[in-house]
Design a protein around this ligand. Structure first.
Ligand code: GUN
Ligand code: FE
Length: 452
């Protein structure tokens, strides 16, 4: 007999076209972690669908939302979040980030930092995260274990950086060691998944082209083709990075990564601030997704990625916090920043110009569209059945309470669309009362449940 639970209440979730829908007083039948039926509570078939399953119902003022998908997190950088963002990317990496990441050779340190981050993300409703760990294979497994222990869906990569420009204290020994360690890491994660059922996945993770040799990039591309696992990297993040890649390869970052076999349905590339039309077409034709990290882009990209343009061209787009190039671990903040940044891209670039000459037309992202990026867009980017409260999808959900514990200023609004806007713009972690990942409760009464 499958494990069966029925969740009842009003939910906000995207439909197949990314339009946000209010599902007022619906039943969500969940069997072994997946949604098998969604129907209005007054549907004649409801009683039969519920049967003798355990029922979980909302109180007045409570709503179901899909869990959020964070497509770009550097887990070790949690230990420096909120610092050093006054430097350009290359200096920030060299002066702060590589020395910090080198400390993750210490497995005890790694364990402490990773457990803290996973709990913080879950408490903010992030049910799935695509993580960079560090170059260290064994220590990177600690992040996988932290996800498994807390019940978060975690896609984790051992970082590859074997190039000559990396500091001696923090790099792979050489290209063949980097590829072999990646293969070892992938096998360990797959074994853990098979043995425990934990929702953990390995990810091939060349840091970015400037930190890797051609040999390592080609070796990782071959692994991606052979093993079919996820791939992540950085792409076209800043002027410095883009021009470095062009000088070295004679191509754009996207075209070069494609040449190494690193684009595809399971590839997610962070930032992608500088893509020309050919690059965008390459993303669309290969199924490669963009992890949009607007807060980080303000610091290191000095730019806003035109994600509406990418979406219109058929590219999958989701959101990332980019801890710690972005200082904020909350995907709620990333949603809000996406909207704010898009307004500046559309019309605020040079206020001395007449309005008609400013900005990039049709760049505006609405709150509903940004919510779709954080949920359905993230799931599609990873090619996983997550990010929507719909039949066939995992029950990854957040229970939001707007009246009880820490009320939002909702006094007499009754239209669901207005309530969703207030939730998206105003909710804090105190409003997230419970979180489920694939049917399992991982946050209860606002607290992360530890020790699964
Ligand atoms: N490019 C290469 N490494 C990094 C990193 O750690 N963070 C960001 N934002 N960009 C990078
Ligand atoms: Fe990054």
């Amino acid at each position: 007999m499958p494990d069966r639970t029925v969740f009842r209440g009003t939910a906000f979730s995207c439909d197949a076209d990314d339009r946000v829908q209010a599902l007022v007083d619906h039943l969500f039948v969940v069997e072994d972690g997946f949604i098998t039926a969604v129907l209005p509570a007054d549907d004649p078939a409801a009683a039969e669908a519920v049967g003798d399953a355990e029922a979980v119902s909302t109180q007045p003022g409570q709503y179901w939302l899909p869990g959020f998908v964070d497509l770009h997190v550097h887990a070790p950088q949690w230990a420096q979040a909120g610092t050093a963002l006054d430097l350009p990317l290359a200096d920030w990496l060299r002066q702060h980030t590589f020395p910090l990441e080198a400390r993750f050779a210490d497995v005890d340190f790694a364990r402490r930092v990773y457990a803290s981050l996973v709990a913080e993300l879950l408490a903010r409703g992030t049910t799935t995260a695509l993580y960079f760990a560090t170059v260290h294979p064994t220590s990177s497994l600690e992040l996988v274990l932290a996800c498994a222990a807390a019940g978060q869906r975690g896609l984790v990569g051992k970082v590859v950086m074997d190039g000559p420009d990396n500091p001696d204290f923090y790099k792979d020994a050489d290209a063949s060691a980097a590829v072999a360690d990646t293969g070892w890491f992938i096998r360990r994660v797959q074994e853990l998944r098979a043995a425990t059922g934990a929702e953990v996945y390995p990810v091939i993770t060349p840091r970015f082209i400037p930190s890797c040799t051609d040999e390592a990039l080609a070796g990782l591309g071959a692994l991606a083709r052979d093993l079919g696992v996820h791939v992540q990297s950085h792409c076209a993040e800043s002027d410095w990075e883009s021009s470095h890649v062009r000088e070295r390869t004679g191509r754009s970052d996207s075209a070069a990564l494609d040449g190494f076999g690193l684009l595809g349905e399971r590839s997610v590339l962070a930032h992608c601030v500088h893509l020309d039309d050919d690059d965008v077409a390459l993303f669309a034709s290969t199924g490669t997704a963009v992890a949009h990290c607007p807060l980080s882009n303000a610091f290191f990209g000095d730019a806003v990625a035109p994600v509406r343009r990418y979406a219109r061209a058929g590219v999958d787009v989701g959101l990332g916090t980019d801890i710690s190039g972005g200082f904020d671990p909350s995907l709620w903040s990333a949603i809000r920043q996406t909207v704010t940044s898009s307004r500046m891209l559309e019309s605020g670039v040079d206020a001395a110009q007449p309005p008609a000459a400013r900005g990039v037309p049709d760049s505006r992202v609405t709150f509903e569209q940004a919510f779709a990026l954080a949920t359905a867009g993230g799931g599609r980017s990873l090619s996983l059945p997550i990010g929507r409260l719909a039949e066939g999808y995992a029950w990854d959900a957040q229970l939001i309470d707007v009246v009880g514990h820490r009320p939002l200023p909702i006094f007499d609004d009754d239209e669901p669309e207005r309530i969703l806007q207030r939730i998206i713009t105003l909710a804090t972690p105190a409003n997230i009362r419970a979180v489920w990942v694939q049917g399992r409760k991982v946050v209860a009464d606002g607290e992360v449940v530890v020790g699964h």
